[in-house]
Design a binder for this molecule. Sequence first.
Ligand code: FEO
Length: 616
Amino acid sequence: MYCIKKITNDLTWVGANDRRLAMFEGVYSVPDGVSYNSYLLSDEKTVLFDTVDKAVQHLFLDNLTEALDGRPLDYLVVQHMEPDHSAAVTELAIRYPQMKIVCNAKTLALLNQFFDFGADSRAYIVKEGDTLNTGSHTLHFIMAPMVHWPEVMVTYDSTDKILFSADAFGSFGALNGAMFADEVDFAKDYLDEARRYYTNIVGKYGTQVQALLKKASAVPINMICPLHGFVWRKNIQDFVAKYALWSRYEPEEYGVMIAYASVYGNTGIAAEILSSQLRDKGIKTVMFDVSVTPASEIVSAAFKWSHLVFASTTYNAGIFVTMEALINDLVSHNIQNRTVALVENGSWAGTSGGLIREKLEKCKNIKILDDTLRIKSSLKASQLPEVTAMADALIATMPGKPLDSPSVPQEHLVDTKTMFKLSYGLFVLTAKEGDKDNGCIINTVSQVTDSPLRVSITVSKANYTHDMIVKTGEFNVSILTEGVPFSLFEQFGFQSGANTNKFSEDGDGVRSANGIRYVLEHTNGVISGRVVASHDCGTHTLFVADVVQVFSVSNEPSVTYRYYFDHIKPKPALPQGEKASGFVCTICGYVFEGDVLPDDYICPLCKHGAADFVKM
Ligand code: FEO
């Protein structure tokens, strides 16, 4: 029996999943299994891209037979010779005598090393830039040496704009019925395994991955078909962006990964205290006991987080065995661009800290804090200030450190009103959830990149529109003009969409292609965004979005925040003869009556905080 999947009209997945494999490559646990992807292109010629591992060869052959539907196999493109993708080559050579093997010279040498079926007579040798026309498709061959072996090449189908990417963009984890990454919650359920796959399999070869990304960026790509894991047809740039970060050895998040090796728990408790103190100061932390967690998970985490702490007992006059294996693994995977702190425990002759330092100093751009926390058998209360000092030293090197951290010099925040000098515009942000339309006023829309075209918006969590965007991932931005009346700010800014319909009935027909309303009057342009990333900023969420539609409405100048203050916002009016008392919101004019404005006060109209109020 067979189990195949249509990828496009003439492309079919004929791969197979393995959920019995315990250790991929004999090293990496795969608790969720692994897929071996193989794709059949049915054009005037039939072309198969790679085969599978021997463990699933039987199912693969049934799949291929079904997908060929009685046709012969004309070409087998061998992009990667590693046996998890080439195990069935000999069997195909027996079954399809006319089959040509499309490969490069290095691949042919490896074919002859691994197999004895006589690959030379079937070889159709290609090199960088060569093409193969198969009828309506043209295949372009692109060399990608060391992603992951030296012979690796990828193939670009310029007809359907599909990149067959070999090991690149792969992931651990079997395919459980879904073929495309957009059919699952990839970021939540699969990204960690994709990172573990990348870092452990090709993490060492960042330069070579960068070279491949550069080549791939020169062509339009509608779909990526890797040899493991999901096919990508939506939000491709998100995954490419992860590869760009990983291959440059740049962290994904600011935070501290703490890995500890502890025989009797004393080194472990020091790590716990450090983690606890960091958390108290608002820093994200993750912790691993290196004797329990497989190294591949810790290597993956080390690629994710900006700061690394290694806490190890001394053992056999050296580094504890599991910690030493981890450090060696990180060094051989080329870990770079991190800040590191060390904790050493030694009851009579501590050496682990110094030895870890020696190993990590060989890596590029690793900053190791000068002060190692040294423990003799167990941490003493008198050493707690040293733990605090280490936490503060780590935080001090984080550009994203929280503003309320004790290490932030509050005296530098002299005049926060200076922020008003930033040249903000004003916008109506709209969203739609089911039948519900809603909108609010924001002043935080910026273009992020132009290729892909992306914008960022920052939205208060107090706004109902915020929650709608979190749920739907889509929004419109209407760019307001200088002619906008104050009443529009009242309409969209001074009431909650949770219990009001902010749109007048006559605005019914004004919707963009995403079905979301936009404001037509007093607007000079509209941007439709689809969220690709978000960042929790405490009171607000920063959304980054692909621009999926953008059009001009008029040539009226855009209103700026300054223009709004000077020409649109009515000055707060007090009853004649009455002495001013209280605080006025400089954003919308709301008056808070009272002598003391609470620090955490939020304007009930425009949702701005106490910092935007001035004493009357
Ligand atoms: Fe999935 Fe490098 O082989």
